[in-house]
Write a protein that binds this ligand. Structure first.
Ligand code: SF4
Ligand code: ZN
Length: 408
């Protein structure tokens, strides 16, 4: 018996059932197909899973034989499973894996190692784009801007720009993304609640390029439920990241995902029903009532934008970063000693030994502990530098001037 967990969302128990697979009726059943509520053997699970993806790819003409397909790997289960399945279904297609090292300290490095090993084992070429080296800033730097409590929003705009830039650099014709059924339906519902009907109409399985800078984007997992991706990844020993990005937040789609999971307990086809209502009924209605959005090309980077000033959201965010003079969040012991010489306000050095739990404390408790130092520069140190760094990030988000000091 094997027991697996993925973050807080999924757990899976794989065990040999005392009956045969409901599909082949030859092997012992090992795992349930959640959307079908039947227990099957490993082979039948894989066939069922892969065939549905193949049908989706063919139905929407997502991949053509002459295509050069790029997959941006995040280290998570969705993009890794997509790469694994595409390689298995189409061993001869021109596949290119890409990893964006976004400069999220103590996170990007770990994911990069995982992704490198995965691609080596799968024999798929990997291109690594190192954002700090190539563009001179990190996603962590947004902690010093107005985006400090919504770093994902800044990161999303940067990633969209990088998708196009790298696709061009590598001569890709398609970017295949790991968006799955749960992503699509929860985003549709979230946009519906916000009244963003045009946004719903854009959630297509294939997005054709809107400008010469873009390439076609396909979602081969469009009809695959998230839980089944997790089961497939575990069953096929696909390495999936269990590290959590320090900027990840509970977004509305995630709350809606939970709500959908609850609905699914009563009606296991609910996600497919909603997808069908949205795509067959609502989207055609939206299209016949709304004019297509007009867009311009950004005067700075050439990406498409709907902004009136013709400056895209990525370029606006980069401008914000340029206005920050001091982006120091982590110092070595020597740097710290020099730094405090030039400080013209009070500072405090806190050793986190025995206080590591502060990292998991509620905002209320964290504030109670650190409020006495609110006006000072707070330098944290720990024998585990990652803890000091993550806590410094957390404190910055709450308005404290916190830093991590290494090797002290
Ligand atoms: Fe970027 Fe947010 Fe994803 Fe982290 S969780 S990589 S900040 S989008
Ligand atoms: Zn731009």
């Amino acid at each position: 018996m094997m027991y697996h967990r993925y973050k807080e969302d999924f757990k899976l128990e794989i065990k040999e059932y005392p009956f045969l697979c409901k599909l082949c009726k030859k092997e012992k059943a090992l795992i349930e197909i959640p959307s079908q509520k039947i227990k099957v053997c490993k082979n039948c699970y894989n066939n069922f899973f892969e065939n549905r993806i193949k049908k989706t790819i063919e139905k929407y003409k997502m991949i053509l034989p002459q295509d050069r397909i790029g997959i941006f790997l995040s280290g998570g289960k969705d993009s890794s499973t997509l790469l694994f399945v595409l390689k298995k279904l189409y061993p001869d297609i021109n596949l290119q894996a890409i990893f964006l090292n976004l400069g999220i300290k103590y996170y990007s490095e770990k994911v990069e190692i995982l992704v490198k090993t995965f691609c080596e084992n799968l024999k798929v070429p990997l291109f690594i784009y190192n954002l700090p080296e190539r563009e001179g800033y990190r996603i962590d730097d947004f902690i010093f801007t107005y985006f400090k409590n919504k770093v994902c929003s800044a990161c999303g705009a940067i990633k969209r720009y990088l998708f196009s830039k790298i696709a061009k650099e590598l001569g890709l014709t398609v970017i295949a993304t790991g968006h799955h059924l749960d992503d699509i339906v929860s985003t549709m519902l979230s946009l519906f609640f916000q009244g963003d009907f045009l946004g719903i109409a854009k959630l297509k399985p294939v997005l054709l390029p809107l400008s010469p800078n873009q390439v076609k984007k396909s979602k081969p997992l469009y009809t695959t439920p998230e839980k089944e991706i997790f089961y497939y990844a575990v069953l096929n020993e696909i390495p999936i990241e269990n590290f959590i990005c320090p900027h990840a937040d509970k977004s509305p789609p995630k709350t809606i995902k939970k709500f959908l999971t609850e609905l699914e307990e009563k009606n296991r086809q609910i996600k497919y029903q909603l997808l069908s209502v949205f795509t067959k009924k609502l989207i055609p209605l939206i299209k016949s009532n709304y004019k297509e959005e007009t867009f311009n090309l950004c005067i700075k980077c050439g990406e498409i934008t709907t902004a009136g000033d013709k400056i895209c959201s990525r370029c606006k965010r980069i401008e914000l970063l340029k206005k920050v003079d001091n982006k120091i969040l982590e110092l070595t012991k020597e740097e710290f000693e020099n730094y405090i010489q030039n400080l013209n306000s009070d500072w405090v050095l806190i050793d986190l030994k025995g206080k590591e739990n502060l990292l998991n404390e509620s905002t209320k408790k964290l504030k109670k502990f650190f409020n006495p130092y609110k006006t000072r520069h707070i330098f944290l140190t720990s024998s585990q530098p990652e803890i000091g760094y993550l806590l410094a990030l957390k404190l910055r988000k709450k308005g404290f001037k916190a830093y991590n000091v290494k090797e002290i």
